[in-house]
Write a protein that binds this ligand. Structure first.
Ligand SMILES: Cc1cc2nc3c(=O)[nH]c(=O)nc-3n(C[C@H](O)[C@H](O)[C@H](O)COP(=O)(O)OP(=O)(O)OC[C@H]3O[C@@H](n4cnc5c(N)ncnc54)[C@H](O)[C@@H]3O)c2cc1C
Length: 507
């Protein structure tokens, strides 16, 4: 492409959404993706006849109040992609509790109150608070200048935000609930956001959780690669270009302003330089630091110094030789807590223990019309929190051996809850933090960007405008945060900020 207006580094959901919005607005978009397919974490791959979903378990919302609904309409997503509504929010199994939690607040309250009648007040406070936080965030003005004018009266207009903005989920739950079993059940899915409820931002948790209770959970029929492919096609249909197998090695800065990128394509020996008025980084922010020359490198490094990265996940991908819905599993997504996880604090600590102790979830795609798996067969995933340190320092052979051992151990643990399941396995493969790092470049295999902790969430989150003029962020590492929703909203908002810039970024 000659003279693009915008160059995007990375074709994950953040980069693709930003590119799609900018292309639709008439900007000439040129996107570089190092991998051979677009999507980053939002991808699928084929193994032994199975279509393996690399990441997506569930996507929240898609109701009338969800910004993604507007975004997907604007980008023709609903015309091309089918979203399958999940039958319930989740099932939680602890040593004494086994509950299926509906994805509707009133019905979920009923389930929790029936199981824990003495805690009704706390249960109601929980739901009231997460929804109130979401409502207040929805009312926040997007314009930063208007926001600044509101500062003196902020606590009056946004009382829940003023009260809870800096609190952790653990602190909040401890203040309203005493029964540890109930705490475990009420926030069973928190490892989808962070590894420790006592450092997880209550605000971030509430936004996501409230969205699930309003619009439910969804899967993309045929796998998340379909959404990624659609967004890449949309960019091309609107005059843009998506170049795969193309790794950006440097950001070119002139007179303090980002003006281009150097790219190494897989088939070319030489780097080529491409220039544009605006550069959007979807690649992880720590990688962007390395791409900049001095003094801009130091400028960005200082801006993100001390920020903590979020978490990675481990996935044991399982192809079943038949449809396992006959095994009477009661839910699509089940969180299991073993012995030694009798309290929320112990549950958090278990994440740092061995894979034989760590709390885990099983996602059973046979419960829905997922479009994965071969004819008459089905697909599932065991997932836990993962840390790159568990996989560092191993040569390829030792790494492969450890992956096999951990995969088999997790299946044995699942077998305790679902007798007979291991006999149905035809394909088993482990994806680790190291896998995610290898395919997406994310440091530590972290798929959520900077950790969703107070100070790094909400107004404390890294914005879309970098300290280097002409360089923007659109990824899980910047606002509003990680997950499919965070990356999609981040890409959309970043593009919005670029489109509203009057300072001549496009020139
Ligand atoms: C196992 C797993 C399960 C998950 N489950 C869920 C779930 O159920 N629900 C949910 O909402 N979220 C889930 N997520 C999280 C979600 O997928 C991510 O937070 C989100 O997709 C991140 O999108 P992104 O655009 O920020 O970045 P990424 O997906 O990381 O994409 C970044 C892209 O940039 C490219 N890139 C990097 N460096 C360069 C370079 N130098 N040049 C060119 N290209 C480059 C990479 O190749 C990659 O394609 C899961 C993630 C994983 C890994």
């Amino acid at each position: 492409m000659q003279n693009p207006d915008i160059i995007i580094i990375g074709g994950g959901l953040g980069g693709l959404t930003a590119g799609a919005r900018l292309a639709k607005a008439g900007r000439k978009v040129l996107l570089f993706e190092q991998h051979s397919v677009p999507g980053g974490c939002a991808t699928t791959f084929r193994r032994q006849g199975f279509l393996v979903e690399a990441g997506l378990h569930e996507l929240d919302g898609l109701d009338a109040t969800d910004l993604k609904t507007t975004i997907f309409r604007e980008l023709d997503v609903f015309d091309k992609i089918q979203f399958v509504r999940l039958p319930e929010f989740y099932r939680v199994v602890t040593s004494t509790t086994d509950l299926v939690v509906p994805d509707d607040s009133a019905a979920a309250i009923e389930v929790f109150v029936k199981a824990f009648p003495a805690e009704e007040k706390g249960i109601r406070t929980f739901f009231k608070t997460i929804h109130a936080l979401r409502d207040e965030v929805d009312r926040l003005p997007l314009n930063r200048n208007i926001m600044k004018l509101l500062y003196p009266v902020f606590p009056m207009l946004f009382p829940k935000l003023a009260l809870h903005n800096q609190r952790t989920l653990g602190e909040f739950i401890d203040g309203i609930i005493t029964d540890e079993e109930l705490k475990l059940a009420l926030v069973a899915n928190y490892p989808y956001y962070h590894d420790d409820p006592y450092t997880l931002s209550l605000l971030y948790f509430s936004l996501a959780q409230s969205s699930y209770y309003r619009g439910g959970g969804h899967f993309i029929k045929g796998g998340s690669q379909r959404l990624s492919n659609h967004l890449a096609d949309f960019i091309v249909e609107h005059g843009g270009e998506v170049m795969l197998n193309s790794k950006v090695t440097r950001i070119v800065v002139e007179n303090g302003r980002a003006v281009g990128v150097a790219v190494r394509r897989r088939q070319d020996a030489e780097e080529a330089v491409f220039r544009a008025g605006t550069i959007v980084a979807n690649a992880a922010v720590p990688l962007v630091v390395e791409m900049l020359p001095e003094p801009e490198r130091g400028l960005l490094a200082r801006r993100v110094a001390g920020m903590k990265p979020g978490i990675a996940w481990l996935s044991a991908y399982i192809g079943f030789r038949r449809d396992i819905s006959s095994l009477n599993n009661r839910a699509y997504s089940t969180f299991f807590m073993g012995d030694g996880q009798a309290s929320l604090k112990e549950r958090a600590l278990s994440n740092r223990s061995g894979f034989d102790q760590r709390g885990f979830a099983f996602v059973d795609y046979s419960r829905i019309d997922s479009g994965l798996g071969a004819e008459g067969k089905s697909f599932g995933v065991i997932t836990t929190v993962d840390y790159i340190e568990d996989w560092e320092g191993l040569d390829e052979e030792a790494y492969r051996r450890k992956k096999d051992e951990v995969a088999r151990m997790l299946v044995r643990r699942l077998e305790e809850f679902m007798p007979g399941i291991s006999r149905e396995i035809e394909y088993l493969e482990l994806g680790t933090a190291r896998t995610v790092r290898r395919f997406t470049g994310n440091p530590g295999g972290v798929a959520t960007g900077y950790a969703n902790v107070p100070g790094q969430s909400g107004t404390g989150r890294l914005g879309h405008r970098s300290p280097v003029p002409g360089l923007y962020f659109a990824s899980a590492w910047a606002a509003p945060g990680g997950g499919f929703t965070g990356a999609i909203l981040g890409g959309w908002m970043s593009a919005g900020e670029i489109l509203s810039t009057k300072s001549g970024d496009m020139t």
